[in-house]
Design a binder for this molecule. Structure first.
Ligand code: DON
Length: 574
């Protein structure tokens, strides 16, 4: 060898080889980031915000329950182990796709009590008092979750309801806190003590630590009443008495009649197409489905910009401009269809969406003050949690549920062990006055007795060429719509695995305030600068956007879970 190294021919060949290697590496670009799949399951999967809830769901699937059965069990389990958002005192939306392709959308959103009125959160000068719609008894809408679970079960469930509720009763008799939860409990304790009128389980300790055991006997008892008496176990009798007594002690307005009259409603799902994909999502009173379809249509008009790549200047600019227009529409046109004629067909009309993007310039940001809501043709709206489920037969459930803010209105119903929502803040308390997510609204989302407040929750199911492809959704208030939208794009346009698509950094624009909110490391410095040069403004603070839990059906039929690393989220399956 040593001899050869002095040979000029050898030197020529080796240096040529090294040069080629160098050139080859330069063409390849930067060293590729290691790719990461989520949990893979052969047949069935649950992805939720809490490992114990995911386990409960997976066990129901293993013993032959279908996706709806598992969803019901997970909803009740989250009400115990994830009280920051999981609930029986709140509401939500369930989107179902059965293995035969049929689609269902269940609305169990909270309602304004009968004594609510449009000006209930205004002071004498007519100014909105935001604390009134966010904290304490007046902030609560009539809960829909228990009615929703029974409505789902009546139509699509398989296993007996008591088998779906029992795991949550067992959990209420003792479960252990994760580290993130312990910190969250400690932070929330004082406010919950301030707004609840009776001692709560949060006060069992001053400082909570990982591994601490929570026993919530009052909640176990409430869940037992629901198990044994069905809907009446919550909306009538002992539990209803406790809710109404809590309202009377704390100055709330919810009555026995409000509770007794509550009903969940099946809606027609919002269904749209994007390339070879068909998307099934939630109808009003969520704005999510309509907004998602509008966004996909608008970015689909400019495939070249999208093709520039994930978080490139061109694709980000396009996405922001679409989001700006869609949120302007949301503020004016979206509300509860039972009270306001939401122009669904007009908002989704391709010609309307084409016109809406006609002033999109690839090299200039638009000013939100000159983007007004569009005028679609009239044909005759921090904590929430989402879970995604696919059962062994291929039925799918996408369910987002909430008490709105973290720990809702901070009121634990005395003796009943569960928190109430502060969903009334999702109404527009006064035209143009932002709610806790900075969203504004007007007539379409004004408060009326019995009306449902506008939501952004976007539980969605995607098909590819007619087959189940993805189940996806997230919490995040106003950022829900954009997080679901960007996760879908990450998979469809940027070929990410499910886990990568969920973990990838996100950004958000909601028309007003006119700025791009972003997560840490969402953009390369150069990209951000280039976007600023064409007129975009970035929020100075970065924060987590959304907590997406999703499942992808792989080409070989196996399932990949995407459990958001931003929380304790976990996938379980078999
Ligand atoms: O329905 C809505 O749009 C809101 N109440 C959701 C609240 C939420 O996602 C808070 N979570 N981070």
């Amino acid at each position: 060898m040593r001899k050869n190294s002095n040979n000029p021919l050898f030197t020529f060949i080796t240096s040529g080889f090294l040069l080629m290697l160098l050139l080859f590496n330069a063409c390849k670009g930067p060293t590729p980031v290691e790719r990461k799949r989520g949990l893979i399951a052969e047949k069935a999967m649950v992805v939720s915000a809490h490992p114990l809830a995911s386990e409960v769901g997976a066990k129901i699937l293993e013993k032959g329950g279908n996706a709806v059965d598992a969803a019901i069990a997970v909803q009740f389990a989250l009400a115990v182990v994830y009280p920051v958002a999981g609930n029986i005192g709140g509401g939500g939306f369930m989107v179902v796709r059965q293995k035969d392709g049929s689609a269902y959308a269940l609305d169990f959103r909270e309602k304004a009590p009968a004594a609510a009125d449009r000006d209930m959160y205004l002071d004498e000068e007519g100014n909105a008092v935001s604390d009134m719609s966010r904290l304490g008894h007046l902030a609560a809408g009539v809960p829909g979750s228990v009615a929703g679970m029974f409505a789902a079960h009546d139509s699509l469930g398989r296993l007996p309801m008591n088998e779906l509720i029992q795991p949550s009763i067992d959990l209420a008799m003792g479960y252990k806190l994760t580290e993130k939860e312990a910190a969250s409990y400690t932070r929330a304790r004082e406010q919950i003590e301030e707004y609840s009128t009776q001692p709560t389980f949060f006060s069992q300790k001053e400082e909570w630590a990982a591994g601490d055991k929570i026993v919530n006997e009052a909640l176990a008892h409430t869940l037992t009443l629901i198990r044994d008496h069905g809907v009446a176990g919550f909306y009538e009798g002992e539990t209803a008495d406790k809710i109404v007594a809590e309202m009377e002690r704390g100055g709330g307005i919810m009555t026995h009649d409000d509770l007794k009259n509550y009903q969940a409603v099946w809606r027609d799902a919002i269904i749209g197409n994007y390339k070879d994909y068909r998307i099934i999502s939630m109808a009003p009173p969520s704005s999510g489905g309509i907004a998602l379809m509008q966004l996909l249509n608008m970015v689909g008009q400019h495939p070249d910009a999208l093709a520039e790549g994930f978080h490139s200047v061109a694709s980000t600019h396009l996405i922001v401009e679409a989001e700006r227009r869609v949120y302007a529409d949301r503020a004016k046109h979206l509300g509860d269809m039972d009270f306001y004629p939401v122009p669904i067909d007009g908002l989704l009309d391709p010609a309307y969406l084409q016109a809406r993007m006609s002033d999109f310039g690839p090299n200039q940001a638009t000013d939100s003050d000159v983007i007004l809501a569009g005028e679609p043709l009239l044909a005759e709206h921090d904590e929430t949690t989402h879970f995604s489920i696919i059962d062994a037969e291929g039925n799918a459930v996408s369910l987002t549920t909430t008490i709105n803010g973290g720990y809702g209105n901070k009121v634990v119903v005395g003796g009943a062990g569960f928190l109430l929502n502060n969903e009334m803040d999702d109404f527009s308390a006064k035209p143009g006055v932002p709610n806790m997510f900075g969203l504004i609204g007007a007539e379409a989302n004004a408060i009326e007795p019995g009306k449902r407040m506008l939501s952004s929750m976007t539980p969605s199911i995607v098909e590819k060429n007619g087959n189940l492809f993805m189940v996806v959704g997230t919490p995040g208030g106003s950022t829900i719509i954009t997080s679901v939208f960007q996760t879908i794009l990450n998979v469809i346009e940027y070929n990410m695995y499910m886990q990568e698509a969920v973990a990838a950094p996100r950004f958000h624009h909601q028309w007003k305030p006119d700025m791009i909110m972003l997560e840490k490391n969402a953009f390369d410095k150069g990209v951000q600068q280039a976007l600023e040069e064409i007129g975009h403004t970035f929020s100075e603070n970065t924060r987590n956007i959304g907590r997406v839990d999703a499942i992808l059906v792989l080409p070989d039929g196996k399932l990949e879970g995407g459990a958001d690393p931003r929380g304790d989220d976990s996938a379980a399956g078999f």
